[in-house]
Design a protein around this ligand. Structure first.
Ligand code: NAP
Ligand code: ZN
Length: 381
């Protein structure tokens, strides 16, 4: 009897577990079917993935994804280089699309509107940071992908046909801003615009350096030029020189591995935005700063950088960091870009090219941002 009861009990437990497992499957945990491309392990290789999105809540906006930029953070994350990836991961946080459904209490947008979602889909909305429109520094921020949402399910990003987000995290897309080229503004744009503004590197006449001419770097050049500063690009790729000077509007170009060029430019810059995605020496960059100059790290290499203190002491120089931006500032940045005609330079790709795109991104072989034509190439179920 005891055996029988305990068997029955075990069976019930197993059934409960099975039910929970089924309930927790990405495909069935929510009512709305979705399809995307996901990486399942640290190889980072992506392939089609069926999952689901939550029903549109009263403050939610659901939208059809048209385009999604490919950020180097996506590459760090699909390979778990930062150590907090949840697999399967659907990356993508430069997402633009058209609203398909809104909740009853949504005021910001309506069906048919153009919208965007960047790196955040949640924050506590109560702390000092949130109260000051700095959701990006909220300790309870929820990233657009690979993070537990409020209901405990994992967030999935924009390499997918459909998105849903609380309206607070929705960006209203300016009518005259192209959606394909503009998508990268939602991460690359705000990540460079915000520190240029916050650290006062937005004053005409200042000398600003931009290290790494990739997705973030090339947008940094465009914003810094729009603010009226004089811009020096510091790059490992001599092949980018002509275009940086002639098309992006940079004033100077230094090859970071050319000691002679770097020495000649020593002590000339007021500030530097460092967008480099891999380990690199800081010493030659700090040498480029004037006394009181500031190097702002926005690139996020997986391994720590070596910090030489003597150049800091001898010129009262500083090193800071900056992470994306709050929602209010992101809207301001997108509106500024639309007004000043600032558009990233992009290579539009179909979603089944994304694995090759990642290989090329790793080799800095893109001018300057891949954008996935999601609606035009992703097969829905
Ligand atoms: P990206 O397009 O790959 O650009 C990075 C650039 O860094 C490359 O184009 C290359 O420029 C340079 N670079 C690459 N490897 C290098 C090396 N070993 N030594 C020196 N320079 C090297 O990447 P991204 O999308 O702009 O992102 C850049 C970094 O910012 C990533 O780490 C990303 O995760 C991070 N990120 C941070 C935030 C934030 O909130 N702080 C937001 C978004 C992204 P050259 O060819 O000109 O040398
Ligand atoms: Zn990004």
């Amino acid at each position: 009897m005891l055996v029988c009861r305990s068997r029955k009990h075990l069976h019930l437990l197993w059934k409960k577990k099975k039910c929970l497992e089924m309930a927790k499957s990405p495909e069935t945990e929510h009512p709305v079917k979705a399809v995307g491309w996901a990486s399942r392990d640290t190889s980072g290789v992506m392939s089609p993935f069926n999952f689901s999105r939550r029903a549109t809540g009263e403050r939610d906006v659901q939208f059809k994804v048209l385009y999604c930029g490919v950020c180097h953070s996506d590459l760090h994350m699909i390979k778990n280089e930062w150590g907090f990836t949840h697999y399967p991961i659907v990356p993508g946080h430069e997402i633009v699309g058209i609203v398909t459904e809104v909740g009853s209490k949504v005021e910001k947008v309506k069906v048919g509107d153009k919208v965007g979602v960047g790196c955040l889909v949640g924050s506590c909305r109560q702390c000092d940071q949130c109260s000051n429109d700095l959701e990006n520094y909220c300790s309870k921020q929820i990233l657009t992908y690979s993070m537990p949402y409020l209901d405990g399910t994992i967030t999935y990003g924009g390499y997918s046909d459909l998105m849903v987000a609380d309206e607070h995290f929705i960006i209203q897309w300016p009518e005259n801003l192209p959606m394909d080229k503009g998508a990268p503004l939602l991460c690359a744009g705000i990540t460079t615009y915000s520190p240029l503004r916050y650290f006062g590197l937005d004053k005409p006449g200042l000398n600003v350096g931009v290290v790494g001419l990739g997705g973030l770097g090339h947008v940094a050049v465009k914003f810094a030029k729009a603010f009226g500063t004089r811009v020096t690009v510091i790059s490992t790729s001599l092949s980018k020189k002509k275009e940086a000077l002639e098309n992006l509007g940079a004033d100077d170009f230094l090859v970071s591995r050319d000691d002679e060029q770097m020495n000649t430019a020593a002590g000339t810059l007021d500030g530097i935005i460092d967008t480099v995605s891999a380990t690199h020496p800081l010493l030659p960059l700090l040498a480029l700063l004037k006394p009181h100059g500031r190097l702002i790290a926005v690139g996020a290499p997986e391994k720590p950088l070596e910090l030489p203190v003597f150049p800091l002491l001898s010129g009262r120089k500083s090193i800071s960091g900056s992470g994306i931006g709050g929602l209010k500032e992101t809207q301001e940045m997108v509106d500024f870009a639309a007004k000043h005609n600032i558009l990233p330079d992009v290579e539009i790709i179909p979603i089944d090219y994304v694995n090759t795109a990642m290989e090329r991104l790793l080799k800095s072989d893109v001018k300057y941002r891949f954008v996935i034509d999601v609606a035009g190439s992703l097969k829905s179920n």
